[in-house]
Design a protein around this ligand. Structure first.
Ligand code: C5P
Length: 393
């Protein structure tokens, strides 16, 4: 059994740690609970003990524990350490390397992968101090899950919510890196592309990147090494995934080619079909009484078609998306043949998919069309990842 240590710190989101512990145990993990003093103000050790089915730790000065050097044992006896929810205070202590209670001492004494799921007020998350601490930890190899955008306990919305327990479990799997896709490399494109008109203006589109990022996370949670080539999005990096940030279609193609070889490529990015034929070096000036400038467009490279073209570097499985508003299946089938990819996920975007939580897709393979029920983008990603795992196994 894979054992994880769950550190719960003092946030109103601490109740979700109980739900996470329940899910993790159901998924076959052994979970040990550790409550900080703040964490114990929100949930009781008894609740955590009942759900983890073991004892709950919290006291650095417990004679009984420390006779066996308890903090070192806790740091070493688990395959990963999960801090959820993680407060701004605990993140700051980790960044500085303080060790003034059991949680911080264990975090300083461990060589295991550490996954942090922050939960705090959006202003606290956005504060340069917190952002600098997060950056420090990321550079040290600490993985982050979230925070997510949404409603806070206080009547406020923003970036700061703890990720939902199923997403956290996925992140744990990614950090542990063992599953049916272990040893495989997956390349995923996501988000829009921005095509420069001049140094300040661009042509772009409304893709949020949610579906592509969810696919990257789902593939990583099955153990794949994932390279996510992403256009400009305002989403957190999926845990355990290497993210290459690009702007234009040409940069996206170059980043994809540099990431090869890959066993599977999933092109979920909304790549601009055209770009301005010329990018002016200086900002275009508005001249009084002059007619507005005409922007002529030229075609962008097709990344999906390029990755699908036969050759030694072609991934074994290349998958594209077809966003259509009418004759969805016919257009998608035509796209599959024309671009030379193996599978196409066809989605009807006439019902408002951009930026939305849910998606209705049909999977087109060599065997035909398979409609999936309407489901969350995370669920679409999990389904697709497990289908990919079946083929690459
Ligand atoms: O032709 P269309 O843009 O509808 O095709 C959509 C599919 O092709 C998506 O999988 C998208 O990621 C991919 N694509 C691409 N490069 C382009 C245009 C589309 O990879 N230039």
């Amino acid at each position: 059994m894979r054992r994880i240590l769950l550190i719960v710190s003092g946030s109103v989101a601490a109740y979700k740690a109980l739900e996470f512990a329940r899910l993790a145990r159901k998924a076959g993990f052994g979970v040990t609970g550790l409550l900080t003093a703040g964490g114990a103000r929100f949930i009781t050790p008894h609740a955590l003990a009942a759900i983890t089915g073991g004892r709950v730790y919290g006291d650095l000065w417990s004679l009984e524990e420390e006779a066996q050097v308890g903090h070192i044992r806790l740091a070493r006896d688990h395959e990963a350490i999960i801090v959820a929810p993680a407060t701004a205070d605990l993140i700051a202590k980790m960044a500085v390397g303080l060790a003034d209670d059991l949680a911080t001492t264990v975090l300083l004494a461990t060589t295991r992968p550490v996954l942090v799921a922050p939960a705090m007020n959006p202003t606290m998350w956005a504060h340069p101090a917190t952002q600098a601490n997060v950056e420090t930890l990321r550079r040290r190899g600490v993985a982050f899950a979230g925070p997510e955008e949404g409603e806070m306990a206080e009547p406020e919305t923003g970036l700061g919510r703890l990720v939902e327990p199923p997403t956290l479990l996925e992140a744990v799997r990614a950090v542990l890196g063992n599953g049916p896709l272990t040893g495989r490399h997956a390349l995923v494109t996501s988000g829009p592309t921005f095509e420069a008109i001049d140094p300040v203006r661009f042509l772009g589109n409304r893709s949020s990147g949610r579906q592509g990022h969810a696919i990257a996370a789902a593939l990583a949670s099955l153990g794949a090494r994932v390279t996510l080539v992403s256009g400009p999005v305002s989403l957190p990096d999926p845990p355990g995934v290497r993210v290459v940030r690009v702007e234009s279609a040409r940069e996206m193609l170059a980043a994809c080619e540099a990431a090869l070889p890959a066993d599977v490529a999933v092109c979920a990015a909304a790549v601009a079909d055209w770009r301005p034929a010329t990018e002016t070096a200086a900002k275009m000036k508005k001249v009084a009484d002059a007619p507005p400038p005409a922007i002529s467009l030229i075609e962008n490279p097709d990344i999906l078609a390029t990755l699908s073209s036969p050759g030694p570097r072609r991934p074994r499985l290349v998958i594209g998306f077809a966003a259509e508003t009418e004759n969805v299946l016919a257009h998608a089938q035509e796209k599959r043949t024309r671009k030379g990819c193996d599978w196409i996920l066809a989605n009807d975007v006439s019902t408002g998919v951009f930026g939305a939580e849910e998606n209705t897709v049909t999977l087109l393979t060599e065997a035909g069309a398979e409609p999936w029920p309407r489901m969350g983008k995370e669920e679409v990603a999990r389904r697709l990842a497990s289908r990919i795992a079946e083929v690459l196994r």
